[in-house]
Design a protein around this ligand. Structure first.
Ligand SMILES: [Cu+2]
Length: 428
């Protein structure tokens, strides 16, 4: 009897040791149980959520208590386009859940949707019954009811949260959020600006105000924190600061190669946790697959207005029809006046390329956004959708939008004189 229990004890010690050896670099292997609730600023640098917010906590007996309300809401994607969406606490994406390794969380989820829902905590290590898959791990939360989720964090990194009930419709309507867990120990190097961006895709026909959630491939509104450029707030940074951008993708089917201008970054984390230094690699584009997060980091040493955008060219367009012929080189003289007899206001587009469309100021249907971006300091910016700007400045008194970059003289590409061309032997 004694011998059996000693063997059992030894066995369980072995299992525990093996479990610890399997801990990835992103997990702390924290087996100390819940710790003192981490405090923003003192224990970690809080994330910055452009166009968004973080979930407030109430500390009750050493537990961080939060409340998510899943509900229908009105959401402005960009000036001109407001939709009926679903989200948490009045916004899509929902507030970023931000905590620290070792925090014990208790999150109440109230369902104010017309159908059941659950919340799955994507990438978060927790007891099986807290995992949120309707039917498999729990009963769905009926409309009007509040369920309680409770677990202790034992990892750090970037996760997400979303429903695991009627996923296609509920996520297609905007129900999703980021879940950021800071390490308990101070990070080295220290991160000064830590941004959280959720990438999503929507199918919203021009003139309508609800996403078509049955769409599989033809998405026409691509968003960063549920905003399309020119509705995206810039990421404002001081020269010399170290920047992290946490990217999540809960779109239906599209992966997003997110590209930054002016910098090389390192890919430092996934939803599996932090990548050890030796495994990080330099890039200027990071592919963020569906159902995944990626963290990137760089030191902001070059001031300017730097584009940061998905490199899929259709993902930087707004509400564009995708079944159009290529009109390049087609002689369109006289077509407009003929077609206008049938369709007043008709304009033939694209016979010299599509880049000028931002200048055309064509009327768009009510509650729609033009295909191409917004005003820039030099001319219209002909990208929309999944496009935002990292604004790096030497002198900042606040992180409010500092406006357009004021280029030192002689540092902007521009026209040349015949003399300059001749001097350099360029024959045009
Ligand atoms: Cu994309």
């Amino acid at each position: 009897m004694l011998r059996t229990s000693v063997a059992a004890l030894a066995g369980s010690a072995l299992i525990e040791r093996n479990a610890r050896a399997e801990d990835g670099p992103g997990t702390s292997g924290n087996d100390r149980g819940p710790q003192r609730p981490g405090v923003a600023v003192t224990d970690y640098t809080p994330v910055v959520v452009p166009n968004g917010a973080t979930l407030p906590w109430r500390i009750v007996g050493g537990v961080k208590v939060g409340h998510l309300v899943a509900e229908p809401l009105r959401h402005e994607v960009a000036p001109g386009l407001t939709i009926n969406a679903w989200g948490y606490n009045g916004r899509t994406p929902g507030p970023v859940i931000e905590a620290i390794d070792g925090d014990h969380l208790r999150i109440y989820v109230t369902n104010r949707l017309p159908e059941p829902t659950t919340v799955h905590w994507h990438g978060i290590l927790l007891p099986n019954g807290m995992d949120g898959v309707a039917g498999l791990n729990q009963r769905p939360i009926p409309p009007g009811k509040t369920f309680k989720y409770e677990f202790t964090l034992r990892q750090s990194g970037t996760g997400m949260y979303h429903p695991h009930f009627d996923e296609m419709l509920q996520m297609g309507m905007g129900l999703m959020g980021m879940f950021v867990i800071h390490p308990r120990a101070a990070e080295s190097p220290r991160i000064d600006r830590d941004f959280s961006l959720m990438l999503s895709e929507w199918a919203i026909k021009p003139g309508t105000s609800k996403a078509d959630t049955t769409e599989m491939t033809d998405f026409n509104v691509l968003t960063v924190n549920s905003r399309a450029f020119p509705g995206t707030a810039p990421l404002v940074v001081k020269v010399g600061e170290r920047v992290r951008i946490r990217l999540g993708n809960l779109g239906a089917t599209d992966h997003h190669p997110m590209h930054i201008h002016g910098y090389q970054f390192r890919i430092t984390g996934t939803d599996g946790g932090r990548i050890p230094d030796a495994g990080q690699w330099p890039e200027t584009t990071v592919l963020v697959p569906v159902g995944a997060t990626r963290d990137i980091e760089f030191a902001a040493d070059e001031p300017g207005d730097w584009a940061f955008h998905c490199h899929m060219t259709h993902h930087v367009m707004n509400q564009m029809g995708h079944r159009l012929p290529n009109m390049l080189g087609i002689k369109t003289d006289g077509i407009d006046s003929k077609v206008q007899r049938l369709l007043p206001g008709y304009m033939t587009m694209g016979d010299a390329g599509m880049g000028d469309m931002a200048n055309m100021s064509m009327p768009v249907p009510r509650n729609s956004i033009p295909m191409l971006g917004g005003r820039g300091p030099f001319a219209p910016i002909d990208m929309g959708g999944m496009f935002t700007i990292v604004k790096v400045r030497r002198d900042l008194t606040s992180y409010d939008d500092p406006g357009w970059y004021d280029h030192p003289s002689g540092t902007v590409a521009g026209d040349v004189s015949a003399d300059e061309l001749r001097a350099d032997g360029i024959d045009v």
